[in-house]
Design a protein around this ligand. Sequence first.
Ligand SMILES: CC/C=C\C/C=C\C/C=C\C/C=C\C/C=C\C/C=C\CCCCC(=O)SCCNC(=O)CCNC(=O)[C@H](O)C(C)(C)COP(=O)(O)OP(=O)(O)OC[C@H]1O[C@@H](n2cnc3c(N)ncnc32)[C@H](O)[C@@H]1OP(=O)(O)O
Ligand SMILES: Cc1cc2nc3c(=O)[nH]c(=O)nc-3n(C[C@H](O)[C@H](O)[C@H](O)COP(=O)(O)OP(=O)(O)OC[C@H]3O[C@@H](n4cnc5c(N)ncnc54)[C@H](O)[C@@H]3O)c2cc1C
Length: 671
Amino acid sequence: MTKGTQADVNPDLKKERLKCNFNIQEVTFIIDGGKDKTLQRKKIEDVALNIAASIDEVPEECLNLKERYDNAVRKSCVYSNIVKNELLEITGLEALGSPGLRRTADAFFKDVSPFMLHLGMFVPTIIGQCTPEQQAHWLPKALEMQIIGAYAQTELGHGTFIRGLETTATYDPATEEFVLHSPTLTSTKWWAGGLGNTANHCIVVAQLYTKGQCHGTHPFIVPIRDLDTHEPFPGVKVGDVGIRMGFNTADNGFLRFNQYRIPRENMMMKNAKVMKDGTYVKVARHEKLTYGTMVFVRVTLVMEAAFNLAKAATIAVRYSAVRRQSQPKPGEPEPQILDYPTQQHKLFICIATAHALQLTGLWLWRTFEAVLADMRKGDTDSLPELHALSSCLKAVSTSDSAALIEQCRFACGGHGYMLSSNLPLLYSFVTATRTYEGDYTVLLLQTARFLVKAWEQAESGKVLTPTVAYLACAAAKEKVVWSDSVDGMIRSFQAVAAGKIAACAENIKRLTKTGTSLEDAWQLSTVRLVAASEAHCRAMICQAYWHEVTRLTASCSASVKIVMEQLATLYLVYWALETTGDLLRYSTICESELNKLQLKYEELLALIRPNAVGLVDAFDFRDEILHSTLGAYDGRVYERLMEEALKSPLNETSVQSSFHKYIRPLAKGKL
Ligand SMILES: CC/C=C\C/C=C\C/C=C\C/C=C\C/C=C\C/C=C\CCCCC(=O)SCCNC(=O)CCNC(=O)[C@H](O)C(C)(C)COP(=O)(O)OP(=O)(O)OC[C@H]1O[C@@H](n2cnc3c(N)ncnc32)[C@H](O)[C@@H]1OP(=O)(O)O
Ligand SMILES: Cc1cc2nc3c(=O)[nH]c(=O)nc-3n(C[C@H](O)[C@H](O)[C@H](O)COP(=O)(O)OP(=O)(O)OC[C@H]3O[C@@H](n4cnc5c(N)ncnc54)[C@H](O)[C@@H]3O)c2cc1C
């Protein structure tokens, strides 16, 4: 954070910091995943942020579309040199996935870098889908930025249904080449970040044909532009998809092929190969390993959701400590809006959710690494569970994060609507994560497939995998006894999930018994399947969050343990109150217990209140990363709003030319 001198800090924020009764740094270590990670992040920030501080002369949002893109490319080049020459020096290759790198990128770009997909998907796909020889060829070029890549899977006509993609890659043994072709308008690749004007290479997912047979979708590395002139190659039509709600500097593009040839070796051959004579050879032991990059990105998106929500919460909580409004008690000063319980209700769940998603995200990352290690040994048994886990966690975390970021904006009143608050840009960025890398509903339905199968296994007494082990107890189908202890609440959330999954399974069984096909019975049950999947995910987040808080605070100071547990309890109680209908149905909770729960929630808000600013300070965002007039460390909200307003091009002159061109003629009846 940029602390400045204490004298510059808003007096209300100063007082808030004196009230804080826990060691902020200990919480920062927990959030970052350990002291070593925090130290590494700070080191990276110290190097990168000196340059970021003066990277923009004019605020990004004041530039026109083309200037914004050019400016984003300029900054991406500066930033990638820092990554290459300095950050990787500090930490080695693992810096690519480190929170430090992710955070510093935000100091350079308020919107999105056109290079993001290069690092976010192009490089990971080379690592995940290429043979060691192919990696040796492509990876150094990509890391040195000699080539810049995009990931083009989605088409104009299909995003979700990958098997329905229309782009073809037909093998020609005579020349040992693949011929890429876009047979229809709807087969045009659409949306790929960095593709429109920036990338010179692209991973293209296409239907592979060899010896007259289709073998389904496979990834290919495709050079699309000349490395010197940057002109698209003949047979390649590429451009920008048009103005979007956000991501306007991300250069999302379209791409069409007209019988465009690439060498056979450009097929990414880790999981399947085409031999010189056109023979197709399957290498992978699991059908869906070509979807590996998507699983990887879904896993990272859980922490990405936490990170962005933490930023919004920091902005809104600091602002709420500075902002004073109304006079609930006559004759008394206007209170800080953070003192209103309704404001606490809006904001403390944001802090708690950021913790819940970050700790669950770290746990998911470790699970992902364990599954990868199994797969390196040829064991793919745990892949379906990882797919189910990452699908629902990606869906719920991005959805919650987007909704709560918008809540933070509401919590900042009119000033939250200013782009300079950074809340609108944060929202437009995060709301896209609910859609990309697998739409919310679609991914919850993927998890639901796994859950229904697990339910059937539970009913037949089979051993269940860890994340669904709770279904075994629930197979008895009795209401769970309600208790407002943490364990009791988690048991009740699991009972809700189990009850909903059971109801789905029964519904499907009932429909198929009366002659409905399994596919139709599934479709007729999808509204409840999505709800069951979400309930399962919520129970899992509650369990993982509480488990991680207990584990990570075991050796912390007592005050840190208390405040971390208060937040985690708040998260559980909040969701119990949000889902009272479900609890009434699947647990023994009654009216008096619901009243008790409401009181407990209000008590928790009051307990967390004195530590609210300390808790957001513990996210440890430097001002350069927050980019917010409302959320800076010093709380000089009004001064910053005014300074930023004066940077608007509309304030460059006291009279605009439009006055002379239109308004005056209109007033004089001469228009
Ligand atoms: C210099 C640098 C400068 C700046 C850099 C700045 C910062 C960079 C730093 C870091 C970046 C930080 C963070 C972000 C990182 C990157 C991301 C950023 C942006 C991303 C942009 C978005 C990119 C995209 O959107 S790419 C396109 C994604 N598309 C999708 O997700 C499509 C969704 N659809 C599907 O996944 C599938 O089609 C489906 C799952 C819906 C169905 O598939 P299919 O029809 O084939 O299968 P089914 O028949 O339904 O099922 C068959 C069985 O297979 C199982 N299954 C399905 N999928 C999987 C899987 N992935 N793994 C395992 N198993 C799977 C399924 O469950 C069925 O099983 P069953 O047993 O039969 O039930
Ligand atoms: C900002 C942004 C960046 C992107 N970047 C990339 C990129 O770099 N590379 C890339 O390849 N793609 C990218 N995408 C595309 C993205 O992955 C897809 O948009 C996403 O997977 C959703 O697919 P879709 O657009 O086809 O939606 P659709 O599948 O058409 O969804 C529309 C609606 O139909 C519903 N629906 C669809 N199928 C089902 C079903 N089976 N059951 C029930 N409901 C269903 C959905 O829930 C949704 O409500 C990006 C998208 C965005 C917004």
